[in-house]
Write a protein that binds this ligand. Structure first.
Ligand code: SAH
Length: 222
């Protein structure tokens, strides 16, 4: 049974050894959560990128996935997963900006159920196929503008936003369970910071983390 995804796996720069090097780099960069590291080790990043970039799939860099979009770097995926998990257990997770589905596949190993919203239909079609080939079936992809989240699938233990927003809408925060966390790049243009919002029994706390560079959140479906 040789599907396209599986048959491309397993040699040279895309081998499990390349993935292990990526994990060692993530540890050096400060990623500590063993479950996040295990999830990153389990998901083959090279099957999510365009074929021309496969050999670079385990480098710590964003890569093109078509339609002017990129797959986030391994470090950013690991960091946002670690911050979203906060060492706790995750039942429901919402991802906004699903792209090629890579982070959704990593989150699927950390949570019981993932909803991933993506505004570009072609990307979501490909993401669905890739996850099917990897036999990951706890991700629901929604082709929609995710700016205001997806209340029907919530409340969530974590919300991960993969595109930069000028501010975090209250409607999104309202979809967190008490104790739940939202991780989003906030800022306009080149100046963005990763922000972690945590829902308390009453109200929210907010922490500003490191400077980051994400593609902008865009309105509507494309
Ligand atoms: N998590 C992705 C990263 C994709 S880059 C991965 O693992 O590859 C960010 C994605 O956000 C792009 O695919 C872009 O189309 C999408 N996006 C931008 N604005 C959006 C919006 N309002 N709603 C849903 N998706 C959006």
């Amino acid at each position: 049974m040789a599907s396209t995804v599986i048959s491309r796996a397993g040699i040279g720069m895309t081998s499990p050894r390349a993935r292990l090097r990526m994990i060692e780099n993530l540890k050096k960069q400060g990623i500590k959560d063993p479950q996040v590291l295990a999830a990153m080790d389990a998901v083959p990043r090279h099957v999510f990128v365009e074929e021309a970039f496969e050999s670079r799939a385990y480098e710590d860099t964003p890569l093109p996935i078509g339609h002017g979009q990129t797959i986030s770097s391994p470090y950013i995926v690991a960091l946002t997963c670690e911050l979203a998990r906060g060492g706790g257990t995750l039942e429901r997770v919402l991802e906004i900006g699903g792209g090629c589905g890579y982070q959704a596949a990593v989150l699927a190993r950390l949570a019981a159920k993932v909803v991933s919203m993506e505004r570009i239909a072609a990307l979501i079609g490909k993401a669905r196929l890739t996850l099917r080939e990897l036999r990951i079936n706890n991700v629901l992809f929604k082709n929609a503008d995710g700016t205001l989240g997806y209340p029907d699938g919530g409340p969530y233990d974590a919300i991960v936003v993969a595109a930069a927003m000028p501010f975090i809408p209250d409607e999104l925060k309202a979809q967190l369970k008490p104790g739940g966390r939202l991780v989003a790049p906030v800022g306009m243009g080149e100046v963005q910071h990763l922000v972690v919002v945590e829902a308390r029994e009453r109200g929210f706390t907010e922490r500003e983390m490191e400077a980051v560079k994400f593609v902008p959140l865009l309105p509507g479906v494309g």
